[in-house]
Design a protein around this ligand. Structure first.
Ligand SMILES: [Zn+2]
Length: 420
């Protein structure tokens, strides 16, 4: 009855040796597993006494343990932990590292591509080990198309990492992005690809041809003589970009914080709005009407995400109010943190920040699991038959205390165990 003694037969021991030498090395790909835990969060609600059967890369069965077939499977008893879908990071930058280490300008201007890629491989491993099994990476910030190659490296099993949706360089209106502040005679390479007018169609097509899964536009940014963010692309430009991407079945995410930038993104057909810091009740109602999801990145916008230390600031108060207005309006929330501006692997900050700013822990968990799966059009985020077997186990009950998502004990992605 070998299936009752997980990791005791000879082959897994070989893999165990490998995992000691190389953290995050996958093991036992392609096996049949039955995972059992005190509680299972299926992406919608919590259940006690469930088991989950995994075959190959997908979930084959999930439900009360008495009804889940264990034949031919390796049993993994996760004890008192909570089994749940792998977490989704809706807004990352794996080619950036914390601004507290190196400001954005210095990373973009002085760090070689190979250096940035080398760091990114560590970032991807740290993300996966923290229980985030999918990321939507929203721009390489001057590192070209390196996200496409990193995604291939993960998919080919060369480096451990989450599933990746990538956008390549992201698209900005000419003269609006950075690095900036140079003499006007100098033309300095930018942290994203510039495009305007009819040329937007060409640039969208070009980025898709080079591997973009999503297109990211900057709908407003800090540019021009006046402080603060100002709209960049016209509604017509955004519409052209969205229509062009839609032909290839590629959705569009728009970075925008101002009400006018948000309004244009919504009317143009964007699927997600990134940040949305200054959203108003009217704008949020428009988002609901047009089925646009909000990726709030509270961590980057003043939410301290359980880090403690700083008190309430005017920026935090405004952010708290606008996020509450989004919740009150019923806007779909995709959890995304803008990680890369702070250390990779600390992505849970965003879930803590959302709860701190008024979301229930259950609602925050859904924003990083089942809702995220729907917004990203992926078969992830739910524990049910047919879904990809991206499963994690955490100590404690995250529906009671959200910080339980930091206590990751087990990580499986696509039926392969990366952490146990
Ligand atoms: Zn970002």
């Amino acid at each position: 009855m070998r299936m009752h003694l997980p990791f005791v037969c000879s082959l897994p021991l070989v893999f165990s040796a490998v995992i000691l030498a190389q953290p995050g090395a996958p093991r036992e790909a392609g096996s049949i597993f039955v995972l059992k835990a005190a509680r299972t969060f299926d992406g919608e609600s919590m259940h006690e006494g469930w088991s989950v059967r995994v075959k190959g890369e997908r979930i084959e069965a999930a439900g009360p343990s008495s009804g889940v077939d264990t034949s031919g499977a390796k049993l993994i008893d996760l004890g008192s932990a909570t089994l749940m879908p792998g977490l989704v990071e809706g807004h990352s930058h794996v080619l950036l590292h914390a601004y507290s280490e190196t400001p954005w300008n210095d990373q973009v201007e002085h760090e070689a591509l190979a250096l940035r890629v080398a760091r990114a491989t560590n970032h991807l491993r740290d993300t996966l080990m923290a229980g985030f099994t999918t990321i939507r990476d929203l721009g390489t910030e001057g590192a070209g198309y390196a996200d496409v190659g990193l995604k291939q490296a993960v998919n080919q099993g060369i480096i451990p990492g989450p599933r990746m949706l990538v956008v390549t360089r992201a698209i900005v209106a000419t003269g609006t992005y950075g690095p900036k502040g140079f003499v006007p005679e100098w033309t300095v390479p930018q942290g994203a690809e510039e495009a305007d007018g009819e040329n937007l169609a060409r640039v969208v097509r070009d980025q898709i041809s080079r591997g973009a899964d999503w297109i990211k536009l900057y709908g407003d940014y800090r540019w021009g003589p006046h402080p603060g963010s100002h709209p960049t692309f016209s509604l017509e430009e955004m519409k052209l970009a969205v229509e062009t991407a839609k032909n290839a079945g590629v959705p569009v995410a728009v970075h925008t914080s101002t009400p006018e930038g948000m309004r244009r993104a919504i009317l143009a057909g964007a699927e997600t709005i990134e940040h949305g810091n200054e959203g108003t009740p009217e704008i949020y109602r428009l988002m609901v009407e047009h089925h646009v999801a909000l990726c709030p990145t509270l961590t980057a916008g003043g939410g301290r995400g359980g880090r403690g230390g700083q008190g309430e600031s005017p920026m935090r108060t405004r952010r708290r109010e606008s996020f509450k207005a989004a919740l009150d309006a019923g806007v779909t929330i995709l959890s995304g943190s803008d990680v890369g501006t702070f250390p990779h692997g600390d992505n849970a900050r965003e879930l803590e920040a959302m709860v701190e700013f008024g979301m229930t822990p259950l609602h925050a968990l859904k924003a990083a699991t089942s809702v995220a799966g729907q917004v990203l059009h992926m078969e992830i985020g739910e524990v049910k038959p047919g879904m990809l077997a991206d499963l994690i186990a955490v100590d404690g009950d995250p529906t009671q205390q959200i910080s339980a998502v930091r206590r990751v004990k087990f990580v499986m992605k696509g039926g392969t165990i990366y952490r146990q």
